[in-house]
Design a protein around this ligand. Structure first.
Ligand code: NAP
Length: 367
């Protein structure tokens, strides 16, 4: 933008070599023209974005991007792999992907180089290999990856929703020179669709070599989530699984139960009911493989499922116990003696309905 306070007839095109990044004042040259006044006031040019003979700004920007960007190879370009890659691209990282399904067109649209053979992908020598496959397929995949085609100290990262399982597989299958970072972004395409700000990101630096470059590479990767505003939580894989079984697995289970139950929106939804509808919305997009993986590969999940079951039974028992009391009082009046005599075992059918007391068979002495 070029502004002149003295003359509007001054053509900016006629000043190809003048470029200013700040406001400056210039006296106009005195020209031998008798019609011109002998004195001109100085005029001011405010030039904030005139073309530079050498574009330092974009040069510096490119230099900065190159020094901070990573070449990241995503293995498993499904629901979550695609979701993550969009964020990585926003941070100017170079993205490559491999998946058993051919996602070449979609990857192309996003700006991701797609490889249908992991050999070709690994020959591109990515800085980071990120595993975003289903929990169930992780071991089979790791067993057939051509690690020898990668650079000797590549960083391996996983985003699986269970942590001890991939940690142990990485330690078992990866060459000893590889760095290992186990992570769990605790959000998905639905819950993190608007922003990642404040959402928890769990990580465990399982094995990061001492070299400055290796430490920096890991920090750069974690930096993506930091810059997105995630709440960074460093904790061991074991701790993660303990907490996640009590929170994430229970959340998914309740979401699935309510989905099967068939929740429907109504014109008089309460806030609580909206929360339930959101829960179903947040969990129903996830594959059953993912849910099954949470159950199979987190040793704490079975215990949590049993606790849930017991809690549900206990609540039903409280409800039906009260109902039974009212029912008896209606039948026999408020007679404590009769209550003692009629102390029949309460039984619940498998579907939760109460078994009626067999009154016809009760003898007068209550036995
Ligand atoms: P998913 O059903 O857990 O995994 C789907 C991915 O696994 C796809 O890329 C799929 O490849 C690949 N895959 C499945 N079976 C395979 C096999 N036999 N061989 C090779 N690849 C196989 O769904 P997801 O939501 O995309 O999750 C991916 C990972 O991210 C999981 O480990 C999950 O725990 C984790 N995660 C997910 C979320 C989330 O909200 N979705 C959040 C945090 C972490 P193709 O598509 O090529 O078949």
């Amino acid at each position: 933008m070029l502004l002149s306070s003295a003359t509007s007839s001054l053509n900016p095109q006629s000043l190809p070599f003048l470029s200013f990044s700040h406001s400056i004042s210039l006296p106009l040259p005195l020209l031998p023209n008798p019609c011109r006044p002998t004195h001109f006031p100085s005029f001011q040019i405010n030039c904030i974005d005139a073309a530079q003979p050498f574009d330092y700004e974009s040069h510096l920007k490119n230099h900065y991007i190159q020094s901070t960007s990573l070449k990241i190879a995503i293995l498993g370009f499904g629901n979550f792999g695609q979701f993550l890659s969009k964020a990585f691209l926003r941070h100017h990282h170079t993205l490559l992907a491999y998946s058993r399904t051919n996602y070449a067109d979609l990857a192309n649209q996003l700006g991701v180089s797609f490889y249908s053979d992991p050999n070709d992908l690994f020959e591109q020598h990515p800085d980071v290999v990120l595993l975003s496959t289903s929990i169930l397929s992780t071991e089979t995949l790791l067993q057939k990856l051509p690690f020898q085609r990668l650079r000797r100290n590549t960083l391996f990262v996983d985003v699986l929703s269970v942590k001890e399982f991939p940690r142990n597989l990485f330690l078992k299958y990866l060459p000893p020179d590889f760095d290992i970072l186990c992570t769990h972004p605790m959000f998905g395409p639905e819950s993190g669709k608007a922003s990642w700000a404040g959402l928890p990101f769990v990580y465990d630096k399982v094995r990061i070599g001492d070299g400055e470059n290796r430490v920096k590479r890991c920090d750069k990767f974690l930096g993506i989530f930091e810059k997105e505003g995630c709440r960074m939580v460093e904790m061991s894989c074991m701790e993660h699984d303990k907490y996640a079984a009590g929170s994430q697995f229970v959340t998914h289970t309740m979401g699935r139960v309510l989905e099967k139950f068939g929740l429907e929106s109504s014109p008089i939804n309460t806030k609580g009911y909206e929360t339930l509808l959101n829960l179903v919305e947040n969990t129903k997009g996830d594959s059953f493989d993912l849910y099954y993986g949470l159950f199979m590969y987190n040793q704490n999940a079975l215990e949590q499922l049993e606790r849930l079951d017991m809690a549900f039974e206990s609540i039903k028992k409280d409800l039906f116990g009260r109902l039974h009391e009212v029912y008896r009082k209606q039948l026999f009046g408020d007679n404590g003696e009769m209550d003692k005599k009629m102390n029949l075992p309460q039984k619940l059918l498998g579907n939760g309905s109460l078994i009626e007391p067999p009154l016809d068979n009760v003898r007068q002495d209550g036995s």
